[in-house]
Design a protein around this ligand. Structure first.
Ligand SMILES: NC(=O)c1ccc[n+]([C@@H]2O[C@H](COP(=O)([O-])OP(=O)(O)OC[C@H]3O[C@@H](n4cnc5c(N)ncnc54)[C@H](OP(=O)(O)O)[C@@H]3O)[C@@H](O)[C@H]2O)c1
Ligand SMILES: [Mg+2]
Length: 340
């Protein structure tokens, strides 16, 4: 049976009027939810730890910023917009001691609840509003009168909690695009699978491999960049707007023949097998366990892998070429929130 898709008319912002909403963290998701809710006429305070680089940014955007514990104490609905691995420690130190009956904790990814790094007393509502897109796009789409589709879920709190989730989804622009109800398990497992195998991991590995093959064969890095990275967005935009067949309507017959005859030889059955293995490791909790251990060990491998990719030739070539395109926002990967 097709899932019910909630739109603006199914959600009542009134549920959140006269309530204090707190957003803990002012990163990718946090800043987007906070700004969109504020622009939707709701009262939002920001909770941050002492010394956070985001305090000044949030104040500059017109928010009252208070210590994390105080934000929890003052608010009726509290969004945990902290990195997944840091939520357990913040929960123990600042959140749990200030939770009282009837408050609502809101997550935008189910990791901590599903893998039980955070366990919330039954008299506190636990819900999810998870936009299916990066925080900066959640903000940008909202300001353009559009919205990023979102998932909602209720872990604790029943119908009343669902109304809060729908209202929050409306406040951030999600119901403009469509909101689907799921549960924490399904959201967590599918979200991790998508980002690892297709959207982030699969995509960046594919782009880098294509770039390397061309450059190693003696073609210019600029050609390789345009071909394997820049043009990807143009193709994906068409898929996003019209589906795969719709995208194929716009490409040449030669491109279509290469697409259907060569593509499946590159991304072949062995890729699908490894995707299934990645899914199993998500479902069994192996991925979560290893990721929490990586965090506890000081993010050594994580930082090294990110650093190595920052030094990849495609980044230098890209920076130069994007610099020649005047419409490209001058975004640096450091201090991104400030730049948006
Ligand atoms: N990124 C996305 O687009 C996206 C998409 C869907 C779902 N999600 C989910 O959204 C959640 C947040 O992820 P994110 O990517 O938005 O995080 P992020 O960009 O890394 O931002 C985290 C924010 O939390 C702050 N912070 C860290 N520890 C804190 C504490 N103890 N108290 C208060 N603030 C603290 C950080 O402070 P500093 O600014 O000082 O570092 C930062 O502002 C995660 O559950 C994630 O899975 C993210
Ligand atoms: Mg995710």
């Amino acid at each position: 049976m097709p899932a019910k898709v909630y739109s603006d008319k199914d959600a009542d912002l009134g549920v959140l009027k006269n309530k204090t909403l707190a957003v803990l963290g002012f990163g990718s998701q946090g800043h987007a939810h906070a700004l969109n809710l504020k622009d939707s006429g709701l009262t939002v305070i920001i909770g941050l730890y002492e010394g956070s680089k985001s305090i000044a940014v949030a104040r500059e955007k017109g928010f009252e910023v208070v210590p994390t514990a105080e934000a929890v104490k003052r608010a009726d609905v509290i969004m945990v917009a902290l990195p997944d691995t840091k939520q357990a420690a913040a929960y123990a130190k600042d959140i749990a001691p200030n939770l009282t009956k009837g408050k609502t904790l809101l997550f935008s990814h189910g990791f901590a609840i599903h893998f039980k790094t955070v366990v919330v007393p039954k008299n506190v509502n636990v819900i999810m509003v998870a936009p299916k897109g990066p925080g900066h796009i959640v903000r940008r789409q909202y300001t353009e009168g559009k919205g990023v589709p979102a998932l909602i879920a209720v872990h604790q709190g029943g119908t009343a909690a669902k109304k809060v989730a729908l209202a929050w989804a409306k406040g951030i622009g999600g119901t403009r695009a469509g909101v689907i109800e799921t549960d924490f398990k399904e959201e967590t497992e599918t979200d991790l699978f998508g980002e690892q195998t297709v959207l982030c991991g699969g995509c960046t590995a594919l782009v880098k491999a294509g770039y390397e093959v061309l450059v190693e064969a003696g073609y210019s890095p600029e050609m390789a960049y345009f071909e394997c990275l820049h043009e990807l967005k143009l193709i994906v935009d068409l898929m996003n707007e019209k589906g795969i067949a719709g995208m194929r309507f716009s490409i040449s017959e030669t491109a279509k023949w290469g697409d259907v005859s060569v593509g499946p030889k590159i991304i072949d059955a062995s890729v699908k097998k490894r995707m299934q293995k990645a899914l199993k490791e998500i479902q069994s909790g192996k991925f979560a366990k290893e990721w929490v251990a990586e965090y506890k060990g000081g993010y050594k491998k994580y930082n090294a892998l990110l650093k190595a990719d920052e030094n990849h030739g495609i980044e230098k070539t890209g920076e130069r070429l994007r610099g020649l395109m005047p419409w490209m926002p001058k975004r640096s990967i450091k201090g991104v929130q400030a730049a948006y």
